[in-house]
Design a protein around this ligand. Structure first.
Ligand code: ADP
Ligand code: ADP
Length: 228
């Protein structure tokens, strides 16, 4: 689903954030990219949807070189969830969730069905929540809606960058549980950045450990726990 071939990213100031990275993420896999702050996780993730362009090397999504694709179309087909989800305050929850489907031309009835189905999936009663505005929701509920917005157009690939980092531990744990359940049902491919090993162990099928822009370990959570 994603293939990095010898990818290097050097920022204009000379910082080499990612150094000759090779990584393949298979369809349906839940991969956590983990490592200390500054090791290149976010840069790696952002190169997949071209928010950052590599200095050298190639990145393929579904066999196609991302640099040969239109960035706007690419970003509509790949979900992207970050810590500051930024729901649009002037739009209702339903409008926020249905944003990308609307851009893709889904008709109103199909959008409405999708919104209700997604809200129900995370135990937010559609009758209660679809016409509310983001400010009327708690932080945890807003982050839930942010995840739903990313899933709305049924992307095959989801990029997540510390999506639950700003939440209190209890809310974080319940969202982790929900994400794991969604993944089990929907079989999406997820590349998930975190610096929290407990989170990675809980969520991932596979954990990729980075240090100084390079991969230093790549294996199942069990492998990682066994290693010194
Ligand atoms: P992580 O997500 O693991 O914290 P990042 O990918 O954000 O790591 O950063 C990797 C390195 O690249 C760090 O040294 C960081 O300071 C640097 N970096 C990130 N973004 C930029 C930028 N826009 N310009 C210059 N250096 C950057
Ligand atoms: P426009 O054609 O109006 O410029 P964009 O494609 O730029 O629309 O998207 C409008 C808004 O929707 C942007 O703020 C963008 O961040 C958000 N958006 C676009 N694609 C996605 C996606 N796949 N997941 C989540 N938000 C998205």
């Amino acid at each position: 689903m994603i293939r990095f071939e010898d990818v290097t990213k050097e920022y204009p100031d000379g910082t080499r954030a990612v150094n000759r990275l090779n990584l393949t993420v298979n369809r349906g896999e839940f991969v956590c990219l983990i490592g200390p702050s500054g090791c290149g996780k976010t840069t790696t993730l952002k190169m997949v949807n071209r928010l950052v362009e590599p200095t050298s090397g190639r990145i393929y999504v579904d066999g196609k070189d991302v640099m040969h694709q239109d960035p706007v179309r690419l970003r509509r087909s790949i979900a992207y969830v970050i810590q500051q989800i930024g729901l649009f305050p002037h739009m209702t929850i339903a409008e926020n969730i249905a944003l990308v489907p609307r851009l893709l031309g889904w008709d109103a009835e199909r959008r409405r069905r999708r919104v209700d189905e997604l809200l129900a999936l995370v135990d937010l009663d559609p009758e209660v929540y679809r016409n509310r505005y983001p400010r009327e929701l708690s932080g945890g509920q807003q982050q839930r809606v942010g995840v739903l917005r990313a899933l709305a157009a049924e992307p095959d690939l989801i990029l997540m960058d510390e999506p639950f980092g700003a939440l209190d531990p209890i809310t974080r744990e319940s969202l982790q549980d929900e994400l794991k359940k969604l993944q089990a049902r929907l079989h999406k491919t997820i590349l998930f950045v975190t610096h929290d090993m407990d989170e990675a162990l809980k969520l991932a099928d596979r954990i990729v450990l980075m240090k100084d822009g390079e991969i230093v370990q790549d294996g199942s959570p069990e492998d990682l726990l066994r290693s010194p």
